[in-house]
Design a protein around this ligand. Structure first.
Ligand SMILES: C[S@@+](CC[C@H](N)C(=O)[O-])C[C@H]1O[C@@H](n2cnc3c(N)ncnc32)[C@H](O)[C@@H]1O
Length: 413
């Protein structure tokens, strides 16, 4: 198809693209809004669908707004800056309901509450490449480098560090990648990665870099702590959580705190609580007073180290922290049963064989926290055999992107 065609957009799908049809053929198009009519050029023809690019917008939606960021559509990190934030709720709820229909075989007619975020400047973490052109991002699904001097979804503190580091020109100091993280109290941790095997040729004055902590990784070497102890600390419900560069922490502090508050309303007292994929053990620790015994399972050695350190700091002694990779061979002790299980896996979700065996060991409640609705809804199809859905909420942890955090509360039939 050489000539552009006119297409009306029906909906947004889970990868953030719009879906429309021309002569019955499905087209996927980026940066559109439902009900818009757009003139589209076919750029990639597949057997059952085509990918298209906007040539012009013939009938723009009333929800179309000017993107805040000059890199929108260039770096590939955000999908929805062209849409009024008030409409993101409808898009994300519809995506989830459709995945529930397709993957879980559930027509979910109940209301799904959507917990909003600050629309911009919410992220507490960014990873950037360093090239001779300065700091930048690698465009999604490509090797293309996009230089940036700021990012509209990271917090202001991180943007001020990006400005500072762009001036220093880290490339000349053999640094090829960096990560910047901030704590809730705005303390900062900069992690530098280099292909060099010795720091002798790195002539940076690290004390002059405007951050609280700096860790340097040389090739095949242990990390060097160049400034501060390489640790940040967050306070959640009076519990202290130390963490470092390689520990998972939710990237949106404001929405994370909303999530913890919501969970604390829903969790009631019991005997045994199992916290799977527990990271720094935030759920284990904040809910430990409600249970006689807590079992916290996590595969990342550094996160397990910090969990044990944080247990001591918080003077908690009813949590058993277990370092284990959860996979289909993982078996829990025969005589252990749980009143509550929290599941908070990475994007891949949970192995089906393990999940089926786990369901036999839960007396009352499951709370599944997911950053990927596709694998969540796949796993719900298994869980629904023994548990029913009590509540679903979306926490908008990643505004402007197609991603969101879903929390599903299940109870036993
Ligand atoms: C989405 S994070 C959740 C962490 C924690 N619940 C929190 O809210 O901070 C997922 C965690 O699972 C861990 N993980 C990933 N795959 C795992 C596996 N197969 N077995 C055990 N833990 C795993 C990761 O290291 C990470 O800490």
């Amino acid at each position: 198809m050489n000539d552009p065609v006119n297409i009306k957009i029906e909906k947004i799908i889970s990868d953030g693209r719009g879906l429309g049809r021309y002569n019955g053929k499905v087209f996927f198009i980026k940066y559109v809004i439902p009900d818009e009519v757009v003139q589209v050029k076919e750029v990639n023809e597949k057997k059952n669908f085509s990918e298209g690019e906007i040539v012009s917008i013939l009938k723009p939606s009333g929800l179309r707004v000017q993107p805040v960021c000059k890199y929108f559509g260039v770096c590939g990190g955000c999908s929805f800056q062209h849409i009024d934030y008030r409409y993101h709720k409808i898009i994300k709820v519809e995506i989830l309901k459709e995945l529930l229909r397709m993957n879980s075989k559930i027509n979910y007619d109940e209301n799904i509450e959507f917990i909003e975020s600050k629309p911009y400047h919410y992220r507490n973490k960014i990873t950037l490449r360093v090239t001779m052109d300065g700091l930048g991002l690698i465009k999604e699904k490509s090797n293309e480098f996009v230089h940036i001097d700021s990012c509209s979804i990271v917090n202001e503190k991180i943007n001020s560090i990006i400005t500072h580091l762009n001036r220093i020109n880290l490339f000349d100091h053999s640094i090829n990648k960096i990560t910047i993280k901030t704590s809730m109290a705005n303390k900062t941790l900069l992690t530098l990665y280099s292909d060099l095997t010795s720091a002798d040729n790195i002539s940076l004055n690290f004390q002059n870099i405007d951050v609280d902590n700096i860790i340097l990784f040389l090739k095949n070497k242990k990390p060097l702590y160049l400034k501060g102890k390489g640790e940040l600390v967050n306070l959640i419900f009076d519990n202290i959580f130390y963490f470092s560069h390689n520990n998972f922490f939710q990237v949106n502090d404001y929405v994370a705190l909303k999530l913890y508050s919501y969970l604390s309303e829903k969790i009631t007292k019991g005997d045994n609580f199992l916290d799977l994929y527990s990271g720094l053990g935030i759920y284990s620790m904040i809910f430990s007073p409600l249970f006689k015994k807590v079992y916290s399972i996590e595969s990342n050695g550094s996160s397990v180290y910090f969990q044990r350190k944080n247990l001591k700091e918080n003077k908690i002694n009813n949590i058993n922290v277990i370092k284990r990779t959860i996979d289909k061979t993982f078996k829990l002790e025969d005589d252990l049963f749980f009143d509550l299980v929290i599941l908070d896996p990475p994007r891949e979700g949970i192995d089906g064989i393990f999940l089926r065996s786990l369901l036999e060991k839960i007396n009352r409640q499951i709370i599944y926290i997911s950053c990927d609705p596709s694998t969540l809804t796949r796993d719900i199809n298994i869980i629904k055999e023994k548990f029913f859905i009590k509540d679903i909420k979306i926490f908008d942890m990643f505004p402007q992107t197609r991603h969101f955090e879903t929390v599903v509360i299940f109870e036993k039939f």
